[in-house]
Structure formats: structure tokens, C-alpha cells
Design a protein around this ligand. Sequence first.
Ligand code: FMN
Length: 153
Amino acid sequence: MKKLLIIAHAPSPNTEKMVASVLAGAQQSEFTNISAIWIPPLSATAEDVLACDAIILGTTENLGYMSGALKDFFDRIYYPCLELKQGLSFSYYIRAGHDGTGTNNAIQSICKGLKWRQIQPELICRGPWQENYLTECHSLGESIACGLDIGIY
Ligand SMILES: Cc1cc2nc3c(=O)[nH]c(=O)nc-3n(C[C@H](O)[C@H](O)[C@H](O)COP(=O)(O)O)c2cc1C
């Protein structure tokens, strides 16, 4: 079984719905070769990352940067995972009330440092809330789970 890890900060009703949609997309019954779980970033450990085959990150943008929770996750897993998880498949989504640029740049920079491999374009849900963000989150979870399930990641 391949393991898909979703590390997402969800501090509001909208962001809770976003991570639920990513998870629903990834946990479809037709995907028989994978397991997908959501762990909030403050609870996730380096061992969780070492044991996974792909990762979807999710964060709000706060004060021009990723959430402190996701940054704390990176701070704790960076060196324990640096040598052992090079090439790890990943993608991410950002919920940004206005912008998202600072968060996007920071995630790109850190994941480049980790030498992770981005397997789907990032999803930036910017501006006033739109219900179609949930469809896009569902598709992100689905596409990565599908790729893992059929063995292309
Ligand atoms: C303290 C604080 C700082 C924020 N800073 C930014 C920011 O720098 N850029 C941005 O796009 N949105 C910013 N936001 C908006 C959040 O991204 C948004 O409220 C969050 O993603 C939750 O989205 P929701 O209201 O749809 O649940 C900020 C929100 C808070 C509470």
C-alpha cells in the first residue's frame, strides 16, 4: 500500500472544507493500492514523512507567509528528512484571502531545498471565497491518489 499524507492547516470553516475535499478526492474506493490520511501540521512528525510516498501540503496565507503551523512542521522535519526523502512527490494548496505570493514562494523555496518533486501544479485559492475551490481541492487529492494507485508516482 502506498501512503499519501495530507499535511494541512485548517483554522476556519472554509479551510476545513478544503482539506475534507482533498481527502475525499484521495479516499475514493476505486483507489485500492493507497491509503490517504490528513494530519494537521502541528501534529505531524518526521516519522510520518519518512513513512509516506507522497505528500499534499495545505496552508492559509497569513501576514504574507505560510501559516506558522506549516512553518513549524518544516522546521521540525527538514533535517531528519533531508537526506532520506529526496525526490518525494508533493503538491500543495494555499488559501489566501488576498494574495498568496509570499506563501507560494516560501513553499517553493523550502521544497526545492528538500529536493522534493512537485507532481501537480499548486492550487492557489485567492480572494473572496468561491465554492468551486472545493472542486479544485477534490481534483488535487484525486489526481495524486490516482497516480499513486496506478504506480506512476
Ligand atoms: C492575521 C491574518 C493575516 C492574514 N494575512 C493575509 C495575507 O498576508 N495574505 C492573504 O492573502 N490573506 C491573508 N489573510 C487572509 C487569510 O488567508 C484567510 O482568512 C484564510 O485563508 C482563511 O480563509 P477563509 O476566510 O476563506 O476561511 C490573513 C488573515 C489573518 C487572520
